[in-house]
Design a protein around this ligand. Structure first.
Ligand code: NCD
Length: 354
């Protein structure tokens, strides 16, 4: 969002309004039908006109990823391609772009988005993932095209939060009057930050934050929730985990953000090891969740260390309450919706009505 409230970039969830969230979700519903065009004959003409508009305007979406990702980048590129856009991509910009030669983020964005040359740009929309908190905001300030924040260090991940809420809407059937437990590394987990700011806009949402005392939510978020009179509680004793997850409607597990630790430092390694296996969802616990409850995770689930259990055991992958794969799948329609609306708002494409 820009300061005057126009939806020109997607950098944080805090400034999204309810009408805008509704617009994104309505559009995402339509995009689900577009994705399903083989089974839905009625949508084919609309899909054709939409793709024609993207192709005629020569829309290019750039995924500029300075930090590692698989799902988010593929999901954005898939969304762009399904809309009829072309993609330009770098998956390790820190190494393979001029950033490796010391170029500033600002200069990279100015060149890519046409601020430096009035007669040329590489892309009509830039999806940026960066290691530094605040990077997307910096990019937004100098960009001549919409910026979508696909994760800025331990900061925010707004498109993940939107797909998380979309999952809740589809799989739980409502976005108000429900309870959710967010579990894990709440200090470094950017998906949690964006999701909590987003959920704060909905009536009757009760948030339980379950973490080690050293990895609680940040003070800024806590203050925001207090100021906005949002119901929340922080649970920091290991035994709270079971209590909480068996009484809420949605359980949102997260991994310990290993990449935010300096594991060469013995003290940080010690802290990492002490929290790595604090919360593990197994079949027994999934069974004990409320009958209609859903189990979410932004993924990846950390199953790389043979020494530690993953935060959700593989035996839960196909549990009836499990939704994390479905959740990842909702990334495509929601990102198609966000891409389309932003390009419309910049006048880069005309609005095509179904
Ligand atoms: C998340 C991220 O990058 O913040 N992954 C994702 O985009 N789905 C979560 C994580 O890495 O733990």
């Amino acid at each position: 969002m820009t300061e005057n409230g126009e939806f020109k970039h997607l950098v944080r969830t805090k400034f999204l309004t309810r009408p805008l969230i509704d617009q994104i979700f309505t559009e995402a519903d339509l995009m689900e039908r577009v994705l399903n065009f083989r089974e839905d004959a009625e949508i084919r003409d609309y899909r054709k006109r939409l793709r024609q508009e993207f192709q005629e305007k020569g829309i290019i979406v750039m995924t500029l990823f300075v930090e590692e990702s698989l799902r988010t980048r593929f999901s954005f590129e898939c969304a762009a391609i399904r809309l009829g856009a072309s993609t330009l991509s770098t998956e390790n910009a820190a190494r393979f772009s001029s950033m490796a030669k010391g170029e500033s983020l600002e200069h990279t964005i100015m060149v890519a988005s046409g601020k430096a040359f009035t007669n040329h740009r590489y892309a009509d929309l830039i999806v940026l993932r960066h290691t530094e908190e605040g990077a997307a905001k910096r990019a937004m300030k100098v960009s001549g095209v919409p910026i979508i924040n696909a994760g800025d260090g331990p900061g925010e991940h707004p498109t993940q939060a939107l797909l998380d809420l979309y999952t809740i809407r589809k799989e739980l059937g409502r976005t108000e009057d429900f309870s959710i437990a967010m579990v894990g590394d709440l200090l470094n987990g950017r998906t949690i930050h964006s999701l909590a700011y987003l959920l704060a806009k909905f009536k009757g949402v009760k948030m339980y934050f379950v973490s080690d005392p050293r990895f609680r939510i940040k003070e800024g978020l806590r203050q925001y929730l207090i100021e906005n009179e949002v119901w929340f509680t922080e649970k920091t004793r290991p035994e709270d985990f079971k209590d909480v997850v068996t009484k809420v409607h949605a359980v949102y597990m997260t991994r310990v953000q290993k990449n935010r630790f300096n594991l060469e430092d013995p003290e940080q390694l010690r802290i990492f090891r002490s929290i790595r296996e604090l919360y593990v969802m197994d079949r027994e616990l999934a069974d004990a969740m409320l009958l209609d409850a859903i189990l979410m995770h932004p993924m990846p689930i950390d199953s790389a260390d043979s020494e530690f259990k993953p935060e959700i055991l593989p035996e839960v992958d196909f549990h009836p309450k499990t939704r994390f794969l479905t959740q990842a799948g909702y990334g495509d329609p929601t990102r198609m919706a966000e891409t389309k609306i932003l390009l419309e708002n910049w006048g880069s494409i005309d609005r095509i009505e179904p």
